[in-house]
Design a protein around this ligand. Structure first.
Ligand code: 5GP
Length: 178
């Protein structure tokens, strides 16, 4: 699996240091609020697991599945919710936890949908942010790292279902896509 990586952009150490900082920041910002961490599956599962363990507070954890990518590396532009929410959002302080913010179409859609459920507050926490790719003017409230336009795998991010379990974030060798 590691032989297929062309370049490592974020090492395991960089990731863990930054996630700890984000968790500490969220713990301060949400003190006494019992936030609902809402992970967008599947990509956010590792980030959410690490982030939540750096939050020293009561919080609820929930997942939603929204997908705008097929099996390839380009967004289809169409967002679908394929796993509905099991928790009540009304009146809750909701933090959407996402792996990567790219065109912004997925999070714009989710933000509108969740806003319609009347949360007490709604913020976005994304691990990676690719601002150069944005198609809608959406900004995350908490960002792990800004990154250049590349296709990343690892730390939850996949290519055709694989590489999510890499502890670092990198790009694939071009012949893997061939
Ligand atoms: P957006 O709707 O912002 O274009 O896309 C968000 C989703 O696209 C992410 O949650 C992720 O699933 C996928 N995505 C965007 N960029 C990348 C990338 O560089 N690598 C991987 N593996 N997925 C990406």
């Amino acid at each position: 699996m590691r032989n297929n990586i062309e370049r490592v952009y974020f090492t395991e150490e960089m990731i863990q240091t930054r996630v700890k900082e984000l968790g500490t920041q969220l713990s301060e910002d949400y003190r006494g609020k019992e936030p609902l961490l809402l992970g967008v599956l599947k990509g956010s599962f590792i980030f959410l697991a690490d982030l939540s363990r750096h939050m020293d507070m009561l919080c609820d954890i929930e997942f939603i599945t929204a997908s705008s990518y097929g099996a390839g590396t380009e967004t289809s532009g169409e967002v679908k919710i394929t796993k509905a929410l099991d928790s009540v959002v009304e009146g809750r302080h909701v933090i959407i936890v996402e792996d990567i913010l790219d065109t912004g179409l997925t999070l714009e859609f989710l933000k509108k949908y969740l806003s319609s459920l009347n949360p007490a507050s709604l913020k976005i926490c994304t691990f990676l942010d690719k601002p150069s790719r944005r198609k809608v003017p959406l900004r995350a409230d908490y960002v792990g790292f800004e990154c250049v336009d590349a296709f990343y795998v690892g730390y939850g991010l996949d290519y055709a279902g694989h590489y999510r379990n890499l502890p670092f974030i990198g790009s694939l060798k071009p012949d893997i896509y061939a």
